[in-house]
Design a protein around this ligand. Sequence first.
Ligand code: KIV
Ligand code: ZN
Length: 506
Amino acid sequence: MDKVIIFDTTLRDGEQAAGGMLNIQEKLGVARQLEKLGVDVIEAGFPVSSPGDFGAVQSIAREVRGAIICGLARAHPKDIDSAWAALKEAEHPRIHVFLSASDIHMLHQLKKSREQILEMSRDMVARAKKYTDDIEFSPMDASRANPEFIYQVLEAVIDAGATTVNIPDTVGYAIPEEFGRLIEGIFSNVKNIGRAVVSVHCHDDLGLAVANSLEAVRQGARQVECTINGIGERAGNASLEEIVMAIETRSDFFKLTTGINTKQIYNTSRMVSELTGFSVQSNKAIVGANAFRHQSGIHQDGVIKMPITYEIIDPKKVGVPASSLVMGKLSGRNAFRERLAELGYSLGEEDFIHTFQAFKELADKKKEVTDRDIESLVAEEMRTVTEAYHLERIQVTCGDRGIPTAAVKLTGPDGITLADAALGTGPVDAVYKTINRLVKIPNTLTEFSVKSVTEGIDAIGEVLIRIESEGVTYTGRGADTDIIVASAKAYINALNRLLALKKATV
Ligand code: KIV
Ligand code: ZN
């Protein structure tokens, strides 16, 4: 069967989602997981956009093998040179050049004519081609552009050396039938189209990103750009798991395949959600908590008799853990390692030791440690940023009589111990005010949420916060059976991210 190339842009377009910023270590962790998932192309970032992005693309290019590693570049010489500088150590590097091609963008944003766009596209693809053979070109906002002009641009960039031409529905405006016609038109009007792979990149503003991508595939597109959990700019991108499982589950219809190891889908989804702080809605197809849960009696009866009655996908096929084997304080190191492996994690020795220690501490507080608890412990270990500040101790008094008071002890830069106390309107306010007195970084708290990882009063509480400083949003997460401690950890995590980014940009 013909294969559809899966181009994952979680680390570029996905990370562009407001508040979804990841640090280099986290991006590297996601890239390694994408490699296990078997994606064909990893768009690792937009190197010219920031030193952090450059560093992430460079580390991924150095360390991840197998997949093509791609870096984004506007049609500017310095973007292309920077993309190549970041990518040059990759086993299979790809430069992805983009330039707006719709009249709306040309007139209002770029203030350039069609002739100028055509010339820049051709010249910049030729410049990128001097560095590497694998060049992708995207005429941005293609779905709102004049199709004849798109044909002209594609022909020119293929002649200049583009090997993949990607058709973006940048603002999620297209309707499947219409988008399919555009792809069909490209195949019948671009003379040299046989020399390039046709790709699509759809946004989800009207909830049609997956439908548009699949229609394009039906019309001959053989690369789909997508993200884990569908995260991305605004309403997001086409969701990788939905595209892949639609192609796999309906292979009778599409007669196509992908190189994805579908058993890694669930893990990858959890990892991306934990690291970005974007939770997956419970009714989300394929990876939502309810995706394989049957509530109605009739459905339950059917599934017990024969799963195929109401289940079109075996949950095991996408790696949803079959059992929720419960671990407890008597579970040893080997059992824990085995459970981690069953959940799809292979931690380095140091990470394993920390996570096992955290598991033991949790098992002392909580009778049963479930898979979700273990996922939360692994995520806690993985989100460790270079810590400028570390939470040592926290003590809070609160209730409906006294004034909430917090005392906090931190280890700061160079191992210095810092301690202070403050009053607040509630315990979290008191803790955050105390931390502010110690850390002294002006910021605004824009989001705060607590959720419990499992049922039960002794569950781990996960706190997610977002803070804003100088126009940039930083996410912080913390987990603990005490939600005030989790709140403090989340705040310190966000502040450490802020400091790490500032340090990386000086
Ligand atoms: O949405 C878009 O048009 C993009 C391009 C850079 C491909 O993300
Ligand atoms: Zn996009």
